[in-house]
Design a protein. Structure first.
Length: 393
């Protein structure tokens, strides 16, 4: 693409000239209607493979990796132009454990508590379309260049990237790339930056054991709810008073559970939340303070406290040279680093910890479309982003 020297208008005109675009949209809608969560994406994989084979991608090239995940290579048939190189392109396939609320949407999920509310149906479709396009134009790709198409399960959890890496998906890969759709930016805008793009995430869970009793006699009880409220309030001071001003971090309590009756002091209370940060030192400060606040406030309230803090996906850190390659290749599109880095987390981070690479966002916001943010119950990927994303690669 970077060698085409096309104007913005002519490039967009080129994008929509995809003979099999209707089949891609149909695939995207089918995946959206039939969402599958982590490591359960067998039907999704079956539909993707059927379309790939229909368009002459060799079925024997499919390699199962982190089942039901798979990958395959397409090597160019054109004249060689230098040393051998293999470029990985990854898409995640899994849905979220949440119920879609897009009432009236023709391709709304048919399942309760399963929905493509993050756009992975779009990612899967885009990568499928890219593979078909490259297969049809294989003669334009130099014979020393191989593209590995990686269809990953379980990004939303429990984590498919690490398992794919363990099973060899990056063997022989020199660089790796990925994209994510988002209505935070207008359709066709490329949101990209060097360095930290997405956060590291952690989680914490606190169990408090007090002494239950009658609501009219708090003096002979130890109310775990009072203790929990004090801990939750204290946690809100960690970022403002413990983290250096130049560091970005978030500590959010997202759930709290205790009691069933208005006039009963319960014996137990539990709460949990998430941590977002961009460097290991910041996470350690937050972890230490969560544990310290929980244990010491628990002692003050004569409650027993159990506190667990866990680390999740690492920060997604783009490599400078590979980011420049993406920016050059997509120079005919509007580019921005506004709103970046984001506080979301991605297990694509594991790929570019192992090999150089870049992750970026494709804007999908457009008048007349569903523009609710990813992970909302009324999110939907804009179909008009499929042609753009397909041709990005």
């Amino acid at each position: 693409i970077s060698h085409c020297n096309l104007s913005l208008m002519s490039f967009k005109e080129h994008l929509i000239d995809i003979p099999f675009l209707d089949e891609l949209i149909e695939l995207r809608h089918w995946i959206h209607i039939h969402p599958e969560t982590g490591f359960e994406e067998f039907n999704t994989v079956k539909k993707v493979k059927e379309l790939l084979v229909k368009h002459d991608v060799d079925e024997d090239s499919f390699i199962t990796c982190a089942e039901p995940g798979f990958f395959f290579d397409i090597t160019g048939n054109g004249p060689s132009n230098g040393e051998d190189k293999t470029y990985g392109i990854r898409a995640d396939m899994d849905a979220l454990n949440m119920t879609e609320e897009n009432e009236g949407l023709e391709w709304k999920s048919i399942y309760e508590n399963k929905g493509h509310m993050c756009g992975h149906d779009g990612h899967t479709t885009i990568l499928t379309g890219s593979a078909i396009m490259l297969k049809k134009k294989q003669g334009l790709l130099p014979s020393n260049i191989t593209v590995r198409f990686i269809f990953q399960p379980a990004e939303e959890g429990p984590g498919g990237a690490e398992k794919m890496i363990e099973e060899g998906v990056l063997e022989g890969v020199d660089e790796c790339y990925g994209l994510h759709v988002s209505p935070l930016w207008n359709l066709g805008v490329v949101a990209i930056k060097k360095g930290s793009l997405l956060s590291h995430f952690g989680s914490f869970h606190v169990n408090i054991i007090g002494k239950g009793g009658h609501g009219s006699m708090p003096s002979i009880s130890n109310n775990p709810i009072n203790c929990a409220c004090q801990i939750v309030t204290a946690l809100q001071s960690i970022v403002s008073t413990r983290i250096p001003y130049e560091s970005l971090a978030v500590v959010t309590v997202g759930s709290i559970h205790s009691g069933n009756a208005f006039n009963v002091i319960p014996e137990k209370c539990s709460f949990g939340g998430t941590i977002r940060d961009y460097d290991p030192q910041t996470f350690e400060i937050i972890k230490t303070n969560i544990i310290s606040f929980a244990e010491n406030i628990g002692k003050a309230y004569n409650c027993e406290v159990e506190c667990e803090v866990e680390s999740g996906y690492p920060c997604t850190v783009n490599h400078d040279e590979e980011t420049d390659k993406v920016k050059e290749a997509l120079s005919c599109f509007e580019q921005t680093d506004s709103k970046l880095p984001l506080g979301g987390a991605e297990d694509f981070s594991y790929f570019i910890e192992k090999v150089p690479g870049c992750y970026f966002f494709l804007g999908t916001r457009e008048d007349g479309k569903i523009n609710n943010v990813n992970h909302s119950a009324s999110f939907d990927c804009n179909d008009n982003a499929i042609a753009i994303g397909t041709t990005f690669w």
